[in-house]
Design a binder for this molecule. Structure first.
Ligand SMILES: Nc1nc2c(ncn2[C@@H]2O[C@H](COP(=O)(O)OP(=O)(O)OP(=O)(O)O)[C@@H](O)[C@H]2O)c(=O)[nH]1
Ligand SMILES: [Mg+2]
Length: 351
């Protein structure tokens, strides 16, 4: 046991000082009394006995799980740490219910073992995006998302990473398209990145031009990155308009949703929902450097069954962007003691 468990802690057992001892004689008398009633038929007596026994079993089960009406200290502590990490109440409740259901008392008494299992369950709830195998036509990646989350910066990071290539991927020929045409500075922002990286940039503001530009690039490039105008997730009319415009990219285009890690859990759920019309393939979590808690992100992703493809953790292009992986999320959890060997063995294949 670790120092997290109080020194005066005594493991719970039935009938210990922490719980009410079970009076089996009294329980037996209750059942017999039910059976000896003369105003009932045999069937009614049988039902009554069965119901009485069932009630007693349920009551016993409750007393074992929560002696003296208190929760086991391991469960309390796990609940506190999940809260501290900003996991949603529903996510935490699922973990605690699962612990109660699957773990007998002897294991709950071993805090280290329980918390290692919880870390593993958290890891299992993180779904990492796997892109489709490359096809002949260029890969088209579109970034959508709320305003100011870092879409344009992430487009520039992706452009730089793919253009340079790495040990997993040869250098790609890349093009950038922005549909953020009218906003002062927006076009300039992408063009500046394009100039620095020597990647051609096109600006379009309608379906027809987008379609033509994609067709033009499709001849000889590997990757087309499409930057979009930040949208208020509550403005469904604007979202519908943008969806119509983006259909100019064709049916094979992959939409990815960018969301800042600092977004509240409830807002994040709403964003996931409101951008659903784009049928986005993955979520890119930006600005991870601006928070130390990721429970909000992990809860919302798990709730909605979303895959995560990249994380960004700073303003530097391209260094502050990484492929998403389960292990970095787990090792950054607050107050959980991480068994690095165990999680590497368990999750290195999903990286
Ligand atoms: N701390 C931090 N800042 C970031 C990150 N990514 C982007 N930024 C900053 O966030 C601000 C907004 O970035 P943009 O890329 O312009 O965001 P956007 O989503 O394109 O914004 P709109 O086009 O206005 O919707 C800039 O100051 C970026 O430098 C990140 O991972 N961490
Ligand atoms: Mg932008």
């Amino acid at each position: 046991m670790t120092g997290i468990i109080p020194k005066d802690y005594t493991p719970y057992t039935i009938g210990s000082a922490n719980s009410q001892p079970v009076d089996f004689q009294k329980e037996k008398e209750k059942v017999l009394a039910a059976a000896s009633r003369t105003d009932k038929t045999v069937q009614e007596k049988t039902d009554l006995i069965q119901q009485t026994i069932l009630n007693e079993v349920l009551d016993l089960k409750k007393r074992i799980n929560t002696p003296s009406g208190e929760e086991h200290p391991t469960l309390t502590r796990i609940g506190e740490i999940l809260d501290l990490n900003d996991f949603s109440p529903a996510y935490s409740r699922n973990i605690l219910d699962r612990l109660k259901k699957e773990f007998p008392l002897e294991i709950l008494n071993d805090y280290d073992q329980v918390q290692e299992q919880v870390v593993e369950w958290i890891g299992e709830s993180i779904a990492i995006f796997k892109p489709d195998p490359p096809k002949k036509q260029p890969r088209i990646m579109i970034l959508v998302g709320p305003t100011g989350v870092g879409k344009t910066t992430t487009i520039a990071k992706l452009a730089a990473v793919f253009r340079l290539g790495n040990k997993e991927c040869r250098p790609f020929s890349v093009r950038m398209i922005t549909i953020d045409y009218y906003r002062i500075g927006a076009k300039l922002q992408v063009e500046t990145y394009g100039d620095i990286m020597q990647i051609p940039v096109s600006c379009v503001d309608n379906y027809g031009d987008l379609k033509k530009t994609i067709a033009l690039y499709s001849e000889d490039v590997d990757l087309i990155l499409v930057d979009t105008i930040g949208k208020n997730p509550r403005d469904s009319v604007e979202i519908a308009k943008m969806k119509q415009l983006l259909s100019g990219c064709g049916p094979t285009a992959e939409v990815h949703l960018a969301v800042a890690a600092t977004t509240k859990y409830s807002d994040m759920r709403e964003i996931f929902q409101q951008f659903e019309p784009f049928n986005y393939r993955s979520v890119i979590i930006t600005k991870l450097d601006e928070t130390i808690r990721v429970g909000n992100v992990l809860s919302a992703l798990a709730d909605k069954g979303k895959f995560i493809s990249y994380i960004t953790d700073g303003q530097h292009v391209p260094d502050d962007m990484h492929k998403a992986g389960v292990i970095p999320f787990l090792i950054n959890l607050e107050e959980f003691k991480i068994n690095r060997d165990r999680i590497e063995k368990r999750f290195s294949h999903v990286e």
